[in-house]
Write a protein that binds this ligand. Sequence first.
Ligand SMILES: Cc1ncc(COP(=O)(O)O)c(C=O)c1O
Length: 481
Amino acid sequence: MRLTEAEFRKLGYQAVDMAAKYFVEVPRGPVFQRMHESERQALMNMPMPVASLSGDEILRLLGEQILPHPMGNGHPRFFGWVNSPPAMLAVITEILVAAMNPSCAGGDHAAIYPEHCVIRWLMNVLGFPIEGSAGLLVSGGSAASLTALAAARHRALGQLGIDVRKQGVGNHDRLRLYASTEVHSCIQKAVELLGLGSDSIRWIEVDEDFRVSLDHLRRAVREDRERGWHPFCVVASAGSVQTGAIDPLDMLARFAAESNLWMHVDGAYGAVAMLDPHSRPLLEGIERADSIALDPHKWLSVPVECGCVLVRDGALLRDTFSLVPPYIRTETGKGIGNLPWFAEYGMQQTRGFRALKLWVTPANAGTLGLEQQIARQIALARYLAERVDAAPDFELRSKGPLSIVCFRYVPEEIAGNEEALDALNKKVMEHMQADGRAFVTSATLAGRFVLRACILHYDTTEADIDAMLQAVEDAARQVME
Ligand SMILES: Cc1ncc(COP(=O)(O)O)c(C=O)c1O
């Protein structure tokens, strides 16, 4: 476990050299490269070494077996899912995090306070109240929504006279949660994990822009009340995963307040568009949510894992989770006692020092830098949508307000044949992913298979968009041949 200072420096510099070379080489190579079966097997089945491998040997193995096969998100022509490249300075500072290796459960050491700081920064960006609220860094958007919905369930059952922590959900399972059909699957996972069962979700239709229909929502809540359900929560998307749609947050906030519903906003992808003055009006109302999930490891390029949950009623969040066994009880001002422990506000006891990478990234970019980056990526999405719209063999299927565009290839030969178009576009996606020129993933919109491009790389340019469209066309021609 212990290295001499000289060994540490030598290996550390070597690792930095490897990372620097990686950053230079990644954009020059294929976006993605399938691994050979032998390479997969070598990684999966390596026996646990009995004798020590040297640091040199280990770095050599990593250089040969791991670094050549990245997921692809470091490449400017990667347009898949919602995965960004890492902010490079945060890559460097992660070594300091690992060196200090603190647990941010709580206590009075320096790693605790940057978390309070970055949470305040995020609250300020969103216009979320700071007084009385609470925030917590978690592994990602899924964990953030699970944490928030646990608080919503705690409040809802409390209002029915049930202490869910003591009594469990039991028979009191007629709580109803409302979400659009476009909401991320992590919401259903959370509802299932919370013991409410997925039948307690009422899916609400979306309009032609993939935004939740307020009329349907109102009707659904009214009907459910008449039938003996207890409507307790509405989940809104601030940047849905398929199209980047933003639900009408302001109207939803008003409706939620009138109807005694907890409003949770899944802003894992899109909430940070609040940094862009042109996008901000679209997100109006987010600041009135009861809870917000956001994911700095998505659009802010904070290295994974880094999600964040914000809850308006901080005391309620603490009531939902706080369980302080005697061995970690502290008193303010004595020993290591100071602020309430983060571990009282969520699931995790031992917690990593996630805050540093989240502190470093905006500190290095500045809010101005982040604003410019987000605005530029949205502009690139508009460019993509325009190019698709103008091309005879392409069809634009969605141009959400953020940095996601959905489209498909529609050659004249099979125009109008929906099944054939689904099959062709699926094959095009698979071909492109394996081919490595540009990487797109898919969405299902109105029952149809479409290609989906999400622009989150800080180096992507119009030339990369052009190259991606050319790759789609070439893949389609090859598939059709
Ligand atoms: C809108 C949205 N919500 C939630 C999630 C889940 O976030 P995570 O993968 O960080 O758990 C994602 C992931 O892509 C997402 O796009």
